[in-house]
Design a protein around this ligand. Structure first.
Ligand SMILES: [Zn+2]
Length: 548
């Protein structure tokens, strides 16, 4: 026996040398962007059992490996799968099940859309999402008069595009007792408001915390419908080469739904979920600590620091330029944010706080500084970091705070941002280059469904500072342009760092997940927006999308 073994081994190694080591897939004749520190680009990549085996020159990979499947990429770009570092799968699913008001051009059009929807669905509670008065002729906030006339006997609730304001009809306002409840509750009162018209009558629009009594009444969509929509959204994301989402705020019931879809082997997107600080979620976080379930990772809490700029809920150091005396507000009290910070620190969680106004950003930078003193690698994030006092930029470096930004917000808000905050404050607004220079990384997302899921609109907005119509010609606040390489890092390796997954995701290096995308057209940024899509998308070695 002893004599036979060496001979057998020799035979095996000889044949394997001839055929090469076996792998599942080899992609060759490609431009494989590793996204490592050296910005390496190779022609070929081999992977097996969901892991990258080697990236290298064409001949080297083809000689060394024998694959079950060879893909000739025909010189196409291959990147690590993109991550949307701030999105809302759940809101997007709900939006798809509601009356879709995105892009409607007038109050009349909005009413027509609702009537059409209702004639088909005969819903007992009408929910619409996505209106934006800044797209309307007079750009004025609407009132509910005609809405209430049209629907006197059933509740109607219409969310503004940013989700921070809603228009309700009189029936729902009375049923919810929202006015009485908000007046009686200091917390609701401070973190939100009712929009009044010129004659000081209530318009039916509630902003931020003032929406809460209405939110409690909105019925849940059936689980099967939600699941269906979530999987449709997954397919849409795959088609753009997006393989992961940082889900920016989940309720406990929503978390359970995602876990059901994972258990059924239907949801493959990498989900980095931020929990909303509800009682149930906090109990979950305390019990489980850092929690992994296949492609789901939980180790962060999402807090809403303030409202949105469009509905004047963002908290500003100085008053709004178009609303004297109004500063906006914190939607979560400082005391509560401090408690959540202590909790996050004690259980090894990251705190990710929505901060739009310069005041909110400053408050959080100071709060996060305390954590930095105990743990310099905390990676706590400020979501949006939309308006920052230029004097405060250095605090991002000093306190080690990770900026998480959405470049398409800049080019969407460009129509009205200056009227809200005036020229002077625009210096620190949508300042992605300045934020990058401070912290050395930025995580990049879209905030879908507030914006489109299309990452090429994000690249166009970040690099050219232009919207889909290529406006403005010279770019909006062009000093804050970033390079396409940095923009893609924000959606790959920096997004991985921002979610503590840099050892598994974000680059195409040996040992990491074979989560990657072959793009159909060259990945580039020119002055003109050009759509691009995935040709083939892999998650952990599994082909989840292909144009063929
Ligand atoms: Zn968001």
């Amino acid at each position: 026996m002893q004599k036979i073994i060496p001979i057998l081994l020799a035979v095996i190694s000889f044949t394997s040398c001839m055929k090469g080591k076996s792998v599942d897939v080899v992609i060759h004749n490609a431009k494989v962007h590793v996204m490592d520190d050296k910005n390496s680009i190779f022609e070929a990549i081999a992977f097996k059992d969901g892991e990258i085996v080697e990236v290298g020159p064409e001949r080297q990979i083809l000689n060394r490996y024998s694959a079950d499947e060879y893909i000739d990429a025909q010189k196409r770009d291959v990147y690590p799968g993109f991550t949307d570092a701030h999105g809302h799968i759940m809101s997007y699913a709900k939006q798809s099940l509601s009356v879709n008001l995105v892009g409607c051009r007038s109050y009349d059009e909005m009413l027509v859309l609702i009537e059409k929807y209702q004639s088909k669905n005969n819903s007992k509670f009408i929910v619409g999402r996505g209106w934006d008065q800044s797209l309307w002729k007079d750009q004025k906030m609407p009132d509910n008069k005609r809405l209430s006339e049209l629907f006197p006997n059933i509740p109607v609730c219409l969310f503004r595009i940013d989700g921070h304001a809603l228009l309700a009809n009189d029936y729902l306002i009375q049923k919810s007792k929202v006015v009485e409840k908000v007046k009686a509750d200091a917390e609701l009162n401070q973190g939100g408001y009712f929009i009044m018209n010129e004659t000081d009558e209530f318009t039916g629009i509630m902003v931020d915390n003032a929406m809460n009594p209405i939110l409690e009444l909105i019925p849940d969509f059936p689980e099967n419908k939600m699941s269906e929509k979530i999987l449709e959204i997954q397919s849409e994301l795959y088609g753009y080469g997006i393989t992961g989402v940082h889900e920016a705020g989940l309720e406990n019931s929503e978390l359970k739904l995602l876990e059901k879809l994972i258990a059924k082997n239907e949801l493959h997107l990498n989900i980095y979920a931020m929990l909303l600080p509800t009682e149930e979620n906090i109990a979950f976080a305390k019990k489980n600590g850092v929690y992994t379930n296949k492609n789901l990772l939980i180790r962060s809490i999402k807090v809403y620091g303030d409202g949105a700029l469009g509905s004047r809920g963002a908290f500003l150091k100085e008053a709004y330029s178009d609303h004297s005396g109004h500063h906006g507000y914190l939607t979560t009290s400082f005391k509560r944010m401090s408690e959540i910070a202590d909790l996050c620190h004690s259980i090894g969680y990251q705190m990710n706080t929505h901060a739009i106004g310069d005041s909110t950003n400053r408050i959080l930078l100071e709060l996060y500084q305390k954590v930095f003193n105990k743990n310099p690698d905390h990676r706590w994030r400020i979501e949006h970091a939309q308006i920052v006092d230029p004097l405060d930029f250095n605090l991002f470096a000093k306190a080690g705070v990770f900026p998480s930004v959405q470049p398409t917000h800049a080019v969407s808000d460009q129509r009205w941002a200056v009227s809200r905050i005036g020229e002077k404050r625009m210096i620190g607004a949508y300042a992605y280059k300045s934020l990058l220079d401070q912290f050395g990384m930025i995580a990049i997302g879209t905030d879908f469904p507030v914006e489109s899921t299309d990452p090429f609109l994000t690249i166009h907005a970040a690099v050219q500072r232009k919207n889909a119509d290529n406006f403005p010609a010279l770019g909006f606040l062009p000093k804050e342009q970033i390079t396409i390489e940095d923009c893609i890092k924000g959606m790959t390796i920096w997004a991985a760092f921002a979610s503590f997954q840099e050892n598994q995701l974000g680059t195409l290096e040996k040992g990491k997940d074979a989560t990657l995308v072959i793009f159909d057209r060259p990945v580039e940024s020119t002055g003109v927006y050009t759509p691009n899509f995935a040709h083939t998308t892999f998650i952990k070695g599994k082909k989840v999308y292909s144009v063929e």
